[in-house]
Ligand binder design. Structure first.
Ligand SMILES: Cc1cc2nc3c(=O)[nH]c(=O)nc-3n(C[C@H](O)[C@H](O)[C@H](O)COP(=O)(O)OP(=O)(O)OC[C@H]3O[C@@H](n4cnc5c(N)ncnc54)[C@H](O)[C@@H]3O)c2cc1C
Length: 384
C-alpha cells in the first residue's frame, strides 16, 4: 500500500517507520492499534479530523468475545457506570401474537446474552486509551508513513480498498435503520425485545442511561420511504407510532434523543488480504443489524489478526501474504455464515403472504421448544 499522498518539495516530511499502518480510527481500527501495540509492535493509526455534529445515538449489542477483547485492551472496565447494560433475556416476537421465541442467559448458562453498550462512550474511551498507548502514534493522511503491513479499517466506504482494486459485492436492502434513545414507564428487567413485523424489524435494547432500568436503545429497520416518513413525524407522533408497533408491551415509551438513520446493506470484499495489506471490520464485510453482529464480527477480526501476527514464525515478515491468509481463512467462514443467517431471517420475515406468515410463526414457536437448537443459536451469537 502506498503511504500518504505525495507532496511537493516544500511539504516533504521525514518518513516515519512503523510495523503496522492502521487506516481508520473507528472502533475496529482503534482496537487493532491497541492490540498490536500491546504485542510490542509500533503502530501508526491514521485518523480523520473530528467532525462536528450530533453524537452517535446507537448502542451496540456486544457479545462475550467482544467484551473479553475490550477488557484485555483495558477499555471495558474503564467505561463509566451506565455505559453498558447486561441482557439477561431476549424476547423475539413474530407477527402473530402467539408466535415468539425466548432466550435466557440463565437457561444458556451464561452471565449475559449480550451487553448493550453506548457507541459514543465506547468510541471516546478507545480514543483515550490510544492517546496513552506508548507504541501508537496518531497520524493524518498527510503524514509520510512507512510500514510493513497496512491494515484497512476504514468502514464500508473504504477508499483505500477501492484504490487497491478490491471488489465489494453489495446488496442494498432498500431499508434504513432508525436509531434513538427512549425511556419507558416500565422497568426493562434486562430484557431485549425484538418484533419481526413484515417488512420492518424493531428492537428495544435495555439500557440504563438516562434513567437506570427504564431506558432503551431503539433500532427500527424499515423500507426507506416508511423510515423517512417516521423521521418526519414530530416527537409525539413518533412515540405514538412506537406504541402502536410494540403494542405497549414495553410500557409507555418516550423519545429522549435525536433520531438518526442508516441505510442498510449486506456486502463482502472480494479479497481480504494481499502482499502487505489486510482488511478488517466493515471494510471487509457488512451485515444487516437485525442480529446486532456487525461490530462483533469486526472485533473478532481484530482478535484473530493480533493472534495470527503474535504467533507467526520469527522469520516471517508482517506483510507476508501467506501469514495474512491464515487470518482470512479463519474469518471468512464465520462472517459468511452470519451474513447468511441475517439475510435469511430478513428474507423470511419480509414476505407478507399469509401462508409464509403462518409458516414462520409456527417455526418460531417450534424453535422455542427446542432447547439444543436455541443453545446452538445463542453460542453462535455469543462467539461470532
Ligand atoms: C443502526 C445500526 C445498529 C448497529 N448495531 C450493532 C450492534 O448492536 N452490534 C454490532 O456488533 N454491530 C452493530 N452495527 C454494526 C456496526 O455499526 C459496524 O459493524 C461497526 O461500526 C464497524 O466498525 P468499523 O470500525 O469497521 O467501521 P466504521 O465504524 O465505519 O469506522 C471507520 C472509521 O474510519 C474512518 N476512515 C475512513 N477512511 C479513512 C482514512 N483514509 N483515514 C483515516 N480514517 C478513515 C471513518 O471516518 C470512520 O471513523 C450496527 C449498525 C447500524 C447501522
Amino acid at each position: 500500500m502506498p503511504a500518504g499522498p505525495a507532496g511537493g518539495l516544500s511539504t516533504i516530511q521525514p518518513m516515519n517507520e512503523f510495523d503496522v499502518h492502521v487506516l481508520g480510527a473507528g472502533i475496529v481500527g482503534r482496537s487493532l492499534a491497541l492490540g498490536l501495540a500491546r504485542a510490542g509492535l509500533r503502530v501508526a493509526l491514521q485518523a480523520e479530523p473530528a467532525r462536528a455534529g450530533a453524537e452517535d445515538v446507537r448502542a451496540y449489542a456486544l457479545n462475550a468475545a467482544s467484551v473479553e477483547l475490550l477488557r484485555g485492551l483495558k477499555v471495558w472496565d474503564a467505561l463509566p457506570a451506565g455505559a453498558a447494560t447486561a441482557v439477561l433475556d431476549m424476547h423475539v416476537q413474530g407477527d402473530a401474537h402467539a408466535s415468539a421465541i425466548d432466550f435466557s442467559a440463565w437457561q444458556q448458562r451464561v452471565s449475559a446474552l449480550a451487553w448493550i453498550t453506548d457507541a459514543a462512550v465506547l468510541e471516546r474511551e478507545l480514543a483515550s486509551a490510544v492517546r496513552f498507548a506508548p507504541h501508537v502514534t496518531v497520524v493524518d493522511a498527510a503524514s509520510r508513513v512507512q510500514a510493513t503491513l497496512t491494515a484497512l479499517c476504514e468502514g464500508k466506504a473504504s477508499a483505500s480498498r477501492e484504490a487497491l482494486g478490491v471488489g465489494f459485492e453489495r446488496h442494498d436492502y432498500g431499508h434504513q435503520a432508525i436509531a434513538a434513545r427512549l425511556t419507558s414507564s416500565r422497568g426493562h428487567q434486562g430484557i431485549a425485545r425484538q418484533w419481526f413485523r413484515a417488512p420492518d424489524v424493531l428492537a428495544l435494547l435495555p439500557f440504563d442511561t438516562p434513567q437506570p432500568e427504564h431506558s432503551y436503545a431503539l433500532v427500527w429497520s424499515l423500507p426507506n420511504e416508511r423510515a423517512q416518513a417516521l423521521l418526519a413525524l414530530d416527537r409525539a407522533a413518533f412515540e405514538q407510532a412506537l406504541m402502536q408497533a410494540t403494542g405497549g408491551e414495553a410500557g409507555e415509551l418516550q423519545l429522549v434523543s435525536e433520531r438518526a438513520a442508516w441505510p442498510l446493506m449486506q456486502a463482502k470484499a472480494s479479497a481480504w488480504c494481499g502482499p502487505g495489506w489486510v482488511l478488517l471490520g466493515d471494510a471487509a464485510h457488512v451485515v444487516h443489524p437485525l442480529a446486532g453482529q456487525g461490530l462483533n464480527l469486526g472485533l473478532a477480526d481484530v482478535a484473530a489478526l493480533v493472534r495470527v501476527i503474535t504467533q507467526r514464525e520469527p522469520w516471517r515478515a508482517l506483510g507476508d501474504e501467506r501469514l495474512l491468509r491464515r487470518y482470512a481463512r479463519e474469518r471468512i467462514a464465520p462472517t459468511w455464515a452470519m451474513g447468511q443467517v441475517t439475510d435469511g431471517l430478513l428474507g423470511l420475515f419480509s414476505h407478507e403472504a399469509p401462508a409464509l406468515r403462518e409458516l414462520r410463526n409456527r417455526g418460531l414457536s417450534l424453535v422455542n421448544r427446542l432447547s439444543p437448537l436455541k443453545r446452538w443459536l445463542t453460542t453462535r451469537a455469543l462467539d461470532s
